[in-house]
Design a protein around this ligand. Structure first.
Ligand SMILES: N[C@@H](CCC(=O)N[C@@H](CS)C(=O)NCC(=O)O)C(=O)O
Length: 210
């Protein structure tokens, strides 16, 4: 299999962290990672549009001319192929909680940080948009406070002591915040602690650039 990706971009990074967590736990997936340089707009090249008409990253090639073009669907597919260690947790309650936290990390944090970054200093050259930046920034505190409350019991990871897809998604979002050189988590001590601790993990060290 091939993963078409670009480092630092949040949606590819969440898949790359997921793969790195599995690898660190001893599950070798044999996925070749292929750079599509979004800083050079290569995600809109003819070659990449043939893989993914949306011109976005990541894309997983699962067989000749067979592609998965959504990051969460890629993770779902890989989780079915390589179920151990379970990155959605074990048992109904834990699995649903992991999914709930991942959706919050994705839709309420990653998406908003992406909107904010692209509306202020877009690395791919999108025009500034103060209205969108203000809207995105306003949406973040409630999500950060929610995660702060989850982590307030001192737990190392979002699910407790077991790493999950939710951690990968949240860290992908926070890396993009660092990449775009703004800090919106300084007022949240438990989130700041989680961030520092997650970045020490072998998977994070293997993937993160910022
Ligand atoms: N919903 C998609 C979003 C993918 C996405 O927007 N990827 C960004 C990088 S984080 C991208 O490729 N942006 C460049 C573009 O759309 O031209 C997913 O989860 O995979």
């Amino acid at each position: 299999m091939k993963l078409y990706m670009v480092p630092a971009a949040p949606n590819p990074t969440k898949v790359m962290l997921y793969i790195a967590e599995k690898t660190a736990a001893g599950t070798e997936m044999g996925i070749e990672q292929v750079l599509v340089n979004a800083l050079k707009n290569e995600q809109k090249s003819e070659d990449h549009l043939a893989r993914n008409p949306f011109g976005s990253l990541p894309v997983l090639e699962v067989a000749d001319n067979e592609y998965i073009v959504e990051s969460l669907a890629i993770i779902e597919y890989l989780e079915e192929c390589f179920p151990q260690p379970a990155m959605w947790g074990n048992g109904t309650r834990e699995r649903i909680r992991a999914r709930e936290l991942e959706r919050i990390a994705d839709l309420r944090v990653l998406l908003q940080i992406g909107r904010y970054a692209h509306a202020t200093k877009s690395p791919i050259g999108l025009p500034p948009n103060p209205g969108v930046a203000a809207q995105a920034k306003q949406a973040l505190p409630v999500a950060f406070q929610y995660l702060e409350n989850v982590l307030a019991d001192g737990r190392a990871l979002l699910l407790g002591d077991r790493v999950s897809v939710a951690d990968c998604t949240l860290q992908a979002a926070l890396q993009f915040m660092r990449f775009a050189k703004f800090d919106l988590i300084g007022d949240y001590p438990h989130l700041t602690r989680w961030d520092a601790a997650y970045r020490q993990r072998a998977a994070a060290q293997a993937v993160l650039k910022f």
